[in-house]
Write a protein that binds this ligand. Structure first.
Ligand SMILES: Nc1ncnc2c1ncn2[C@@H]1O[C@H](COP(=O)(O)OP(=O)(O)OP(=O)(O)O)[C@@H](O)[C@H]1O
Ligand SMILES: [Mg+2]
Length: 250
């Protein structure tokens, strides 16, 4: 599998606090990759820096053979059409209906004018995520799990090449988490979209991801297939795995 996104020595600090201290990450095209690590280590910051929502202090981000960190603002915004982002907190507009939430990126980012085309794409994606008929509902009328799925739908409706999921299952019960994890797998396998997922659900990451990257102290300290990462000698990775799979004694 070829590399679709690559970061090179990515550094980002807020004031005196370094968060990313030299992240070298390769995301394989069409793979499902998981980024894991302790809370507050900079996983969300890494995603936002890759997508250009945050500017790195140092280092480069490549998308295919384009260096995103070298692009001017307009060009970067245009490139971002290739990326979908499902936010940690779903981040839907509560004052809009589900249909309006999904139509928003089609209108504002893809500049689609035709109302029937927008309606068709909204209905198509809601059917695909198995939430038909919720077009007219507002996000606060939906359950947490449904909101998460609508959040995924809003990222998907633009048909991105790469879809970033920031903790899609946090705050959901185990059954709903499983539903969302399966949705991520379907996005990856059925729609052939490269998926990168931040998750605290370590067993799920090892079950569904093709590749795992572990972020600690501002660096990727372990990267590879689940079978490779399980063998890591890095202490924090070992601690994480021991606690997450305590019954398996890895
Ligand atoms: N815009 C910002 N301004 C200042 N500090 C920030 C900003 N965004 C993130 N940080 C800081 O960067 C660090 C990493 O945050 P980040 O949200 O990336 O962690 P995370 O690994 O995603 O954690 P979690 O697993 O809890 O979501 C934190 O200390 C956070 O306070
Ligand atoms: Mg986060």
């Amino acid at each position: 599998m070829s590399v679709i996104i690559r970061t090179e020595n990515l550094c980002k600090a807020f004031g005196e606090s370094p968060v990313l201290r030299g992240v070298n990450l390769e995301v394989r095209e069409k793979a499902l990759s998981a980024v894991i690590g302790q809370s507050g280590t900079g996983k969300s910051v890494l995603f936002k820096t890759i997508m250009g929502m945050l500017k790195p202090d140092k280092g480069k981000v490549w998308y295919k053979d384009i260096e995103l960190t070298a692009l001017k603002n307009d060009a970067l915004i245009a490139m971002r059409k290739n990326f979908g982002y499902s936010f940690q907190n779903a981040a839907l507009f509560d004052s809009m209906t589900v249909a309006e939430n999904l139509a928003f990126p089609l209108r504002e980012v893809l500049r689609i004018k035709s109302r029937s085309e927008i309606r068709r794409r909204v209905t198509e994606i809601l059917d695909w995520i198995e939430l038909p008929g919720v077009e007219g509902k507002r996000p606060d009328e939906l359950s947490g799990g449904m909101r998460k799925r609508v959040g995924v739908a809003r990222a998907l409706v633009m048909r991105p090449e790469v879809l970033f999921f920031d903790e899609p299952t946090t705050g959901l019960d185990p059954v709903l988490s499983e539903t969302i994890n399966n949705l991520v797998v379907r996005v990856n396998k059925e729609l052939n979209i490269t998926c990168v997922m931040i998750t605290h659900d370590i067993p799920a990451a090892f079950r569904i991801a093709d590749r795992i990257a572990f972020l600690d102290q501002g660096y990727i300290v372990a990267e590879g297939t689940p079978a490779e990462v399980v063998k890591s000698e890095y202490q924090m990775v070992r601690d994480f795995l021991r606690i997450s799979f305590s019954e398996l004694n890895v």
